[in-house]
Write a protein that binds this ligand. Structure first.
Ligand SMILES: [Zn+2]
Ligand SMILES: [Zn+2]
Ligand SMILES: [Zn+2]
Length: 286
């Protein structure tokens, strides 16, 4: 029996593809023409769902990319309580306009947590949201309140702790998150429910030494795994399996794959405890 205040915790991998998505526009390769639904990958993002101490169902997004609307419709999301962004790239941020629908459904604003660089990007790109008073027409825009976060500074949200830590996406430091349930006293619960503790590490090419402690004792590791060939800003299969072996989570699920990865073929070659994610995969600790 878990001492966590939250229950029914699960993570849905909403999207597991690289920035172009798979199939890639105009490509006739074996993956892009595959009939295996697991080879259809929308842009990466995830949702953490749980029931809080008061019995309310909560939904927290990890990133909100250009396929978010489709993700929401597929999984019938009716609310989003908070969004944690890993970084400012388009494939992780260009769904933010659509969250205004949740504002209408929930009749409340949405908390957005991101680093300073991402905050500046969002405020520039979504000027119509953040400087609404300057809009020519007073249009219906998302209602957000943004909080700047930084690596090493945990954010507690309704019984769940999100600890951002730094990973290197090429030369760009971006955030990954260690997610843990809290107990009634606000400490990390001894018995973690469902897929927790879970580390969500999308978009990286290297794990800095200082971040390794965040990967200790994981139930679930969600990790970048672009393709077999080297890439300047993402992990190869060999690099990803190397990090996964070192981290030794009970279950490692790879995401952010491109069209070099054929699910059935490449998934079968992974070591025990490691697997390729796919759109819609639910991680519930089972
Ligand atoms: Zn990405
Ligand atoms: Zn292709
Ligand atoms: Zn990126």
């Amino acid at each position: 029996m878990s001492d966590a205040v939250v229950t029914d915790v699960r993570m849905i991998l909403l999207g597991t593809g690289t920035s172009a998505g798979v199939p890639i526009i105009g490509c006739d390769c074996e993956v892009c023409t595959s009939s295996d639904p697991r080879d259809r990958r929308t842009r990466s993002g995830a949702a953490l769902l749980f029931t809080d101490e008061d019995g309310h169902e909560r939904v927290v997004l990890l990133d909100c990319g250009p396929d978010h609307r489709e993700h929401s419709l597929r999984h019938r999301l009716k609310r989003v309580d908070a969004i944690f962004f890993t970084h400012d790239h388009v494939d992780h941020t260009f769904g933010l306009d659509d969250v205004r629908r949740y504002n209408a459904l929930m009749k409340s604003p949405i908390e957005v947590h991101c680093d300073l660089r991402t905050r500046e990007f969002l405020e520039r790109v979504y000027r119509h949201i953040f400087r609404r008073h300057e809009n020519v027409n007073d249009s219906f825009v998302a209602d957000l309140f943004v909080r700047t976060i930084a690596a090493g500074e945990p954010v507690d949200f309704r019984g769940v702790r999100f600890t951002p830590f730094e990973v290197l996406h090429g030369r760009l430091p971006v955030l990954a998150f260690r997610i843990e349930a809290l107990d009634g006293a606000g400490r990390v619960a001894r018995e973690q429910p469902g897929p927790l503790p879970l580390a969500y590490c999308t978009d990286l090419s290297a794990m800095p030494p200082a971040s390794w402690p965040r990967l200790r004792g994981l139930e679930t590791l969600v990790l970048d795994c672009l393709r077999h060939r080297a890439h300047p800003t993402h992990l190869t299969v060999a690099q990803a399996t190397g990090i996964a072996r070192e981290a030794d989570a009970r279950r490692t699920v790879f995401v952010h794959m491109t069209h070099d990865i054929l699910h059935a073929r490449d998934g079968a070659e992974l070591p025990d405890g490691m697997e390729l994610g796919y759109d819609g995969l639910v991680l519930d600790g089972a």
